[in-house]
Design a protein around this ligand. Sequence first.
Ligand code: ZN
Ligand code: FE
Length: 243
Amino acid sequence: MASSLEIVRVPVLADNYVWLVHDAASGETLAVDPSVAEPVLAAVADRGWRIGQIWNTHWHGDHIGGNAGIVAATGARVTAPRAELGKIPNVDAPVGEGDRVRLGAHEAVVLAVPAHTAGHIAYHFADEDVIFVGDTMFAMGCGRLFEGTAAQMFENMRRFAALPDETRVYCAHEYTLSNGRYALRAEPDNDAVKARLAEVEAMRTRGEATVPTTIALERATNPFMRAGSVTELARRRAEKDAA
Ligand code: ZN
Ligand code: FE
């Protein structure tokens, strides 16, 4: 089995996380959803790495805004959702459901997870128990339904929930405190939510990141993953949007 991936969080803009993924065996480094170029290039330079690839999950500016600057600086190859090609410039490798993408010897499978945007994808390194979910799922939350339906998001949550417990989930925003407060409103008797919200409040007070999360933790505390029906997910999404 190949050596494991090193994953580095680069906090940018108000609450975005860009993820750097480094494979020591090949020396390759990848940036997931670079909102901006400079802080990402600086974080890479600090470590003596060089970005060879960019993987985008969807077309929103806070996920692709750094593509051009990073490509200009490094010549990185851009992988992005085929279904959003018209909205993401200069894509080298358009991908969709079931496609496989590589970093060194490590392979990730692409999952189509439409709802936040119509072509949103996730990247799952099954051998590493790591998934990059963009804005489809957050710690204790899910993305807004800008271009899709509650039924699609319900299916996305069902697929994520079927991943192994220990899977580390890398989301693209630090939204956990707001999500946790809503989670307690959705499930006031859920002790796991109460405990996690207290922990998240303490972590945020200390300025600590609460991402990545895990599938096990989300199964216990995420009101969207825990929704029992499309109707319940839709109602919860509407309540959270109005909060
Ligand atoms: Zn987005
Ligand atoms: Fe975003």
